[in-house]
Design a protein around this ligand. Sequence first.
Ligand SMILES: NC(=O)c1ccc[n+]([C@@H]2O[C@H](COP(=O)([O-])OP(=O)(O)OC[C@H]3O[C@@H](n4cnc5c(N)ncnc54)[C@H](OP(=O)(O)O)[C@@H]3O)[C@@H](O)[C@H]2O)c1
Length: 394
Amino acid sequence: MAPSRAFITGSRTALRQLRPTLANACQTRFISAYGYEQAKCLAFDKYGEPKDILKLHGHSISPPHGDLVTIRFLASPVNPADINQIQGVYPTKPTFTTSLGTTDPLAVGGNEGVAEVIAAGNKVKGVQKGDWVIMKKQGFGTWRTHAQTTADNLVPIKNKDGLKPEQVGTVSVNPCTAYRMLKGFVDLQPGQWFIQNGANSGVGRAAIQLGKLWGYKSINIIRKRDTGMEELKQDLHSIGADMVVTDEEVEKKEFRDQVKSATNNGREPIRLGLNCVGGSLVNAMAKHLAPDSHVVTYGAMSKQPVQLPTGLLIFKNISFDGFWVSKWSEERPDEKDACVQEVLDLTRQGKFKDVPMQPVKWEWNTKQEELVSAVQGTLEGFRSGKGIFMFGET
Ligand SMILES: NC(=O)c1ccc[n+]([C@@H]2O[C@H](COP(=O)([O-])OP(=O)(O)OC[C@H]3O[C@@H](n4cnc5c(N)ncnc54)[C@H](OP(=O)(O)O)[C@@H]3O)[C@@H](O)[C@H]2O)c1
C-alpha cells in the first residue's frame, strides 16, 4: 500500500494528539514516518436508526507491538442483523470503547468482513503480514478501514488463491447458517425435499446451492413483487432451485397439487422447513411437511410472530426449532472453521456462487452520507443485492 505522502514533523505526542482531527479534516490520508496508520470507521455512541446515529470517525492506529496485529479491511457486508444491533435490539451487543480517541465511548458497526494483515507485533502467532483474516466472533466492528486487535480475534484464511474479497467477506454468516440448518436438524437423504421462505435472501440462496450439491430438492418461496418476478424465479432456478413460488401462490389450493406432483405423491418427502420470514407463511409452508419433520426458524423479516395450528404439533409431530449461527460458532469453533473452508473450496471451484451484491466503494474521501445511506438502504425490501463496503487502497 503506497502512502500518499509522508508525514514527518512533530513529536510523537503532538502527532498522537493531532491525528484524530487530521483524519477528519484532511482530504489526503497521511502515514507517518513512525508507522502510524490513519483510519476511518462508521461508528455510533448510542442506539438508534442508522441514519440518525452513524458517523464517520477518523483516528490513528499506532504501530503494533507485542501480540497486536494491524489489519486493513477489504470487504465488509451490511447484513440485516447489523442494523438490529445498531438499533439496540440484537442479543449481541457491540463493544463501546474510548480507544478510538474520543471522550465518549463509540462502537463500530458491522460484524462480518475480510481484512488483510498489514503489520504484526513480534509476539504474534498464527497470522502474518499479507494473510487474509475473518472475524472469530460477532461484535468486532467491521465497517472500518483499519483496526488493531490480537490474533485470537481473527481466523486466517488458509488459501486465498482464486477468491475475491467479497466472497471471503460474506462466507461466515449466511453460508454457514444454511449449511448447519440443512445438516443439523434432519438426516435429509438425497432425493428428499426441503421448503423455505425468504428463498432469495443470502441464507436462502446458500441453502438452494448447498442443497443441490448434496442431492436435496427445494421448494422456494419468495415475496410477490410488481417487477422482476420472472427474472428472480429464473435466477433461483439457475442456482439449483427445483420449485419457486410466491407467498401468494403457496396460499392457493392448487399449490397442494403442485407439491403432490413434484414430490411423486409424497414418496419423496419434504422433511425440513427453513423460516426466514415468520407470520402465517410458516403454517402455509409447514402443512406440506411429512410427519416428524422439522421447521427451523432463523430470521424474522416480516416482524410477525410465527403462527401455527396445533394440529401440526399433535397429529403430525412437527418440531419447531431455532438456529443462531453466532451461538454455534462460539460453541463449535472448529466446525465453523471447517464449514468456512468447505464453502470457500466450493466457491473456488465455481460450485458456490456469491449472492447478488450492491458494492459501495469506500475510498479515503468517500463521504459519510454515502456510507450511511448504504446501511440505511438495507432496511428496504425488494433489493437487487446485498450492500457491501469494498475498501480501496485506503
Ligand atoms: N439465525 C442466524 O444465525 C442468522 C444468520 C444469518 C441471517 N439471519 C437472518 O436471516 C434473515 C435474512 O438474512 P440475509 O442476510 O440472508 O438477508 P438478505 O440477503 O439481506 O435478504 C433479505 C431477505 O429478507 C426478505 N425481506 C425483506 N423485508 C421483508 C419483509 N418485510 N417481509 C418478508 N421478507 C422480507 C427479502 O425479500 P424481498 O427481496 O422480497 O424483499 C430477502 O429475501 C435476517 O433476518 C437475518 O437477521 C439469521
